[in-house]
Design a protein around this ligand. Structure first.
Ligand SMILES: Nc1ncnc2c1ncn2[C@@H]1O[C@H](COP(=O)(O)OP(=O)(O)OP(=O)(O)O)[C@@H](O)[C@H]1O
Length: 330
């Protein structure tokens, strides 16, 4: 993707926190008040990636990899130590009004800020004024969001009285009522139950499709990434380790596919010649077959055996990502 016309450009981004060292025990604690000492914590190291308009990209990595730090820099909450960042042509740290009106940073850990005594509807109205959304546009967005996020019943309730899942739905509505073109979603399904997480995923996919928004999403729930993001940027210890299609990463890290077949009268010895038998029960077998042999092997099994059912499966995404974190992408 060329940098010209990109929605998000990150070039050689570095971020080092300066964290105070606090002593233990009263003597050291008192001492550290007068003689402050600091240590440098490198959080992002020479990270580079580019997002095209309308892309939905998964930004994944183990704990402490630098994902939230990068998102904070992209939304202008932190100033990078070095490197270049452009979002919709803006330098985020300048936090210009016309930049802030076009982006949203939504955190699953803090879905809604501001006074918790206000109702969801009052907060939405406040948001409309803050982001200068024209009344007709506000009404249209509100109607759409109420419908998509099932908000009707929440509008008159105080923020402090909402459950986590309800807060997340309200938080999304607050961020999307001004129709941002770029969304940074940090763990949007954190703590949500299965239905809440599914609603969230469906909503993000629909919003991105309808509005052409660019989405960068972090999540430790691989179902989020697998459902929403054809492309992954994988970061570890602050550096980008992989940037490409999820399928290609799976192919790279898992040179096998699983062939699941039901053939009640099959000869085990014959199956062992086709691949490693990793499961066998009641006439159903799971064979691990090298990727490049899958077509040939399945064709042979279908002609040679009395097969009732056959399916070819990828190794689970959890296995692939765990391998990427532990062994690197290589
Ligand atoms: N305010 C801070 N002061 C000092 N160090 C920090 C600060 N915030 C984050 N860090 C450190 O920076 C590194 C990256 O943290 P960051 O929160 O960006 O990671 P993450 O990938 O979002 O992790 P997680 O998946 O656990 O949320 C970690 O080593 C973390 O301890």
């Amino acid at each position: 993707m060329s940098v010209a016309g990109a929605a998000v450009v990150v070039e050689d981004l570095c971020m080092t926190y300066r964290a105070p060292i606090r002593g233990s025990g009263w003597k050291e604690t008192l001492g550290s008040v007068f003689h402050r000492r600091y240590r440098e914590v490198p959080a992002v190291r020479n990270a580079s990636f580019v997002l095209a308009p309308g892309e939905v990209v998964g930004f994944i990595g183990p704990n402490g990899a630098g994902k939230t730090t990068t998102m904070k820099i992209l939304s202008g909450l932190l100033h990078a130590t070095s490197g270049q960042v452009r979002v919709l042509g803006h330098s985020p740290w300048q936090r210009r009004a016309d930049f802030l009106r076009r982006i949203a940073f939504i955190r699953g850990s803090q879905p809604v800020g501001g006074p918790q005594e206000l109702t969801v509807l009052d907060t939405l109205r406040y948001q409309r004024l803050l982001y200068e959304v024209p009344p007709a546009e506000y009404q249209r967005s509100l109607d759409e969001l109420t419908d998509l996020l099932d908000l009707e019943e929440l509008l008159a309730r105080q923020l402090r009285a909402l459950s986590l899942g309800e807060k997340m739905r309200a938080g999304l509505a607050l961020s999307l009522v001004y129709r941002p073109q770029v969304m940074f979603l940090d763990e949007p399904t954190l703590g949500l139950d299965v239905t809440g997480a599914t609603t969230m995923r469906r909503f993000v996919a629909e919003y991105a499709q309808q509005t052409g928004a660019t989405v960068l999403l972090t999540s430790h729930y691989l179902a989020d990434v697998a459902t929403l993001c054809p492309r992954l940027v994988l970061i570890d210890k602050g550096s980008v380790q992989y940037d490409g299609r999820l399928d290609d990463l799976a192919a790279k890290l898992s040179p096998y596919k699983l062939v699941r077949l039901t053939a009640p009268n099959a000869d085990e010895e014959r199956l062992r010649q086709a691949g490693d038998v990793i499961e066998a029960s009641n006439g159903t077998w799971v064979l691990r077959v090298p990727r490049e042999d899958v077509a040939r092997t399945t064709a042979r099994l279908l002609t040679e055996l009395d097969v009732a059912d056959l399916a070819v499966e990828e190794a689970s995404l959890d296995v692939v990502i765990d391998r990427a974190y532990r062994e690197g992408v290589g």
